[in-house]
Write a protein that binds this ligand. Structure first.
Ligand SMILES: [Zn+2]
Ligand SMILES: [Zn+2]
Length: 146
């Protein structure tokens, strides 16, 4: 995991660089995404901000997440059921482990995957731009419940 404070600063300077306004609401969304605890969806970011910004709409949160995604500061993780989750702590492509029961998502630390892009290039001749690698299973908590 990257240092959330550092990620927050990186995202804010990117917003500055592209002349986007730094409203308190926007900065609050950035703060949550810099941590990206558990890879939140837009709804859960919205819920976390309801108390502090009761007038902020779900659409505003969504727009801000999309803005950060377009700047390359947030990674979108599409789930097979159609939901999207977000990681602003590690915005570059990386593998995820997803629980099929409770939908919790974690980042495994896997050194062996570092050279994967290069290996795929050598094997296929493709110039690799990005990749997706997701593992689906049942998390420790859900195993205890079953
Ligand atoms: Zn689970
Ligand atoms: Zn992640």
């Amino acid at each position: 995991m990257s240092d959330p404070k550092l990620r927050y600063d990186q995202i804010v300077s990117k917003l500055r660089e592209y002349n986007h306004k730094l409203t308190p609401q926007r900065l609050a969304v950035v703060k949550i995404l810099a941590h990206s605890q558990g890879h939140p969806n837009v709804e859960s970011i919205f819920e976390q901000l309801q108390k502090k910004f009761p007038t902020m709409s779900l659409a505003t949160v969504y727009r801000n997440v999309m803005l950060l995604k377009s700047l390359g500061e947030v990674l979108e993780i599409g789930l097979p059921d159609g939901g999207n989750r977000y990681d602003g702590n590690k915005p570059h492509p990386h593998p995820h482990v997803i629980c099929v029961r409770c939908k919790s998502i974690i980042d495994p630390e896997l050194d062996t995957l570092k050279d994967l892009n290069e290996e795929v290039t050598q094997e296929t001749g493709y110039r690799i731009l990005t990749h997706r690698l997701d593992f689906f299973g049942i998390c420790g908590n859900c195993q205890k419940l079953s």
